[in-house]
Write a protein that binds this ligand. Structure first.
Ligand code: GTP
Ligand code: MG
Length: 334
């Protein structure tokens, strides 16, 4: 349920902007990119999905779920807002981590507006401080940054006011918004404000387009979400899913073949589970979601392949929508 109840706001907040309504039909169109950045688990993908009104980006309770930039398109009055979901920003260790963090900063650099999401109950963490440090280098160089304090359903109002002050003392945010991406609180206010800030210009996508990534990638992401939810510890971070074949059949159904790449034989056994119970659960859950998404019956065929070096293979990165070369280099936080 979307709840538009305004939440208490601190300094530099803006509740006065009303959504652009149908009455503005003669107003000039606006269109632009809004990058959602933040620590892993901040709720970026949840917010993207809510802004767009459909599940485009996968969500789990675990960190580092999103791996690449995912674009979702939202309309608000005469404005088209292209939200760019990004991987969480953290201290990268592996090539994959570095490529993910580079993709996130790339998304921010290319956007008309950056929304930094933080978690209300965690506040100004070391990870957030590291992000602010990187952002400081960009401010004044055309990067516009607003703060969205997310998960306000988890804290009391006093906590929010104190956190707003602390965050705005630490960084010159243009605005502060308080939201619950999951429940919808404050999201319409943020959306309306962003809509008014988008540059004047023609829309970038057709009116009915809500996502800008290939269906086969969305399908692979759905399966990866189900795997991540069922597998423990490091395993979700050591596998990748690719859609190998896609066949829209004459009978109105779709056959999708996917490969799950894992690093070791032992991982394959865990992904399959005793008597195949794990992979069956994953397959059923993914097929159900795909059927809803595609609005047609789906036959999903999953194969698990051991590929000890997939984390170092260029092709795997292009399949994920990441730049292999971005993963080269040393540890860094930005
Ligand atoms: N209580 C509460 N939980 C939320 C809210 N928004 C998101 N979550 C939960 O936070 C967890 C992480 O959400 P995601 O949207 O996957 O977070 P993310 O920032 O995309 O994470 P990465 O892709 O790992 O960087 C999920 O369990 C969400 O259900 C919120 O407003 N309130
Ligand atoms: Mg995400």
């Amino acid at each position: 349920m979307i709840d538009d109840t305004p939440t208490p706001l601190g300094p530099q907040t803006d509740m006065t902007v009303a959504p652009l309504g149908a009455a503005d039909a003669d107003a000039p169109t606006r269109a632009g990119f809004v990058a959602l950045i933040g620590e892993p688990n901040a709720g970026k993908s949840t917010l993207l999905n809510r802004m767009v009104g459909a599940k485009i980006s996968i969500v789990t309770h675990k960190v580092q779920t999103t791996r690449a930039r995912i674009r979702g398109v939202a309309l608000e009055g005469q404005s088209q807002i292209v939200f760019v979901d990004t991987p969480g920003l953290f201290r990268p260790r592996r090539r994959l981590d570095r490529a993910m963090v580079a993709a996130a900063w790339g998304g921010a650099a290319d956007a008309d507006m950056v929304v930094l999401l933080i978690e209300a109950h965690r506040g100004l963490t070391e990870g957030v401080e590291a992000i602010l440090e990187s952002l400081r280098g960009h401010v004044g160089h055309a990067m516009r940054v607003v703060l969205a304090i997310n998960k306000i359903d988890r804290v009391k109002a006093e906590v929010l006011l104190a956190l707003t002050e602390k965050m705005n003392a630490a960084f010159p945010f243009e605005r502060t918004f308080m939201i619950s991406a999951e429940r919808g609180h404050g999201v319409p206010v943020l959306k309306a404000w962003l809509a008014g800030e988008m540059p004047l210009g023609p829309w970038l996508y057709p009116e009915d387009q809500i996502a800008d990534l290939p269906m086969r990638m969305i399908a692979a992401e759905i399966t990866r979400e189900k795997l991540t939810l069922r597998l423990h510890e490091e395993l979700p971070y050591q596998l990748t899913v690719e859609t190998e074949k896609w066949e829209d059949r004459a009978d109105g159904s779709t056959r999708i073949d996917q490969i799950i790449y894992v690093l070791r034989d032992g991982h394959k056994g865990i992904v399959l589970g005793a008597k195949g119970v794990t992979i069956k659960g994953v397959s059923t859950a993914a097929r159900e979601e795909l059927t809803t998404f595609l609005e047609r019956p789906v036959h999903l065929f999953l194969t698990v392949k051991v590929r000890p070096n997939w984390l170092e293979e260029r092709e795997r990165y292009s399949e994920m929508g990441l730049d292999f070369n971005d993963g080269a280099g040393h540890d860094s936080t930005s």
